[in-house]
Design a protein around this ligand. Structure first.
Ligand SMILES: [Zn+2]
Length: 157
């Protein structure tokens, strides 16, 4: 079994699933403007596994380079993907849900004026996306993510 986590590309049908994968720390390409041919080329060049709802697109990919996602709802899709690729082994510090950038810790001093004042007063730990500079803190996104990861973890056991 591979030691490195899989890298994915999601088709246009799987936008919210792509965002959740990113929040679980899984490197996931998603662009709702990407044509099938672009996705195929990207997956082959960057060794990403294509996650798709499209049977024809799945069938056109070399064996082992794509997976047809059967589940309909986001949560079930994530369970299906997490189970198939044993993702629980790879859950890392989260990536940005908007742009897939890596998050880095940020000192409290650096965020004054950049977050709502109640957030600045009540939170001690902040993270910033290295690419788009969106700021995250535990009271919001991270708590929801933790709950969700726990649910995925349980589903994988
Ligand atoms: Zn970002």
């Amino acid at each position: 079994m591979n030691a490195a986590p899989p890298r994915f590309a999601c088709d246009v049908m799987l936008g919210s699933t792509a965002r959740w994968l990113r929040m679980m720390g899984i490197d996931t390409f998603y662009d709702n403007q990407a044509a099938d041919a672009d996705l195929k080329r990207l997956c082959l060049e960057e060794k990403r596994i294509l996650l798709t709802k499209d049977a024809a697109l799945h069938g056109s990919m070399p064996v082992g380079t794509s997976r047809r996602v059967e589940a309909v709802h986001t949560r079930e899709q994530l369970r299906e993907i997490a189970g198939a690729f044993q993702l629980v082994r790879f859950i890392l510090p989260p990536r940005c849900s908007l742009c897939n950038g890596e998050l880095a810790a940020l000192g409290k001093d650096a965020v004054e004026g950049l977050v709502p004042s109640y957030v600045f007063r009540s939170q001690q730990v902040f993270q910033r996306c290295s690419r788009c500079a969106r700021i995250y803190w535990p009271g919001t996104h991270l708590a929801k993510i933790s709950d969700f990861i726990a649910a995925v973890r349980n589903a994988c056991d």
